[in-house]
Design a protein around this ligand. Structure first.
Ligand code: URA
Length: 202
């Protein structure tokens, strides 16, 4: 399941260059640039989202838009120092559709997640994290190689064949979309999931 890392990718810079040129699926053509992960090498925890959003696509950094701000607040509340993590995405380009001037996020297909999977494995091989967090269904699918019902598995650690454990939780954007009255309990539940990884930082 986890693909063998590409020996030509020896650094994050090489990963950025290679993903910039990637046209293995149609998304590479429409995005402004590829967005790879950022953070600490040998991080105790690597968090994986779905794909860069509008802001991430423009700025070239992962999780810098509204979902990223929510994630930062949740990590802080859970007692997980973000600067000691590595944050990335299952898909390296932003998929969207134009509505007027607005670029509206479109979820990547299973095929697109599959096409990008080897870049994520290259990244994991470079970062060598102690454990992983799947933020949402796309990340869980890529990291675990199968469809994972997120609500049924949230807050649980699922093992990969390479021995790395994956903590499954929701994508922070799901909290932003929810009913305003439900947002605070949903945020608390998200933090409770992330707290499962807090022991890695003690
Ligand atoms: N959503 C993601 O999954 N990743 C980002 O980098 C930003 C928003």
């Amino acid at each position: 399941m986890p693909e063998r890392p590409d020996p030509r990718i020896q650094s994050l810079e090489q990963l950025k260059t290679a993903t910039m040129a990637c046209r293995e699926c149609p998304i590479g053509e429409i995005a402004s640039q590829s967005v790879i992960g950022e953070g600490k090498l040998k991080a105790r925890l690597m968090l994986v989202g779905e794909q860069p959003g509008d802001q991430e696509d423009l700025q070239g950094h992962p999780f810098v838009g509204p979902a990223g701000k929510l994630l930062a607040r949740a990590l802080e509340t859970a007692g997980i120092p973000r600067e000691q993590t590595f944050v990335s995405n299952a898909v390296k380009h932003f998929k969207f559709e134009l509505r007027g001037k607005r670029r509206i996020h479109k979820s990547p297909t299973q095929k697109e997640i599959g096409a990008c999977h080897h870049w994520l494995e290259d990244e994991i091989a470079l970062v060598r994290p102690g454990a992983l967090v799947a933020l949402g269904a796309s990340a869980a699918r890529s990291l675990l190689g199968r469809a994972v019902p997120v609500l049924a598995n949230r807050g649980q650690w699922l093992p990969r064949p390479d021995g790395l454990e994956v903590l499954v939780t929701l994508h922070p954007s799901a909290l932003l979309r929810g009913d305003p009255e439900e947002r605070e309990p949903a945020f608390e539940a998200f933090v409770a999931d992330l707290r499962q990884a807090q022991r890695l930082f003690r």
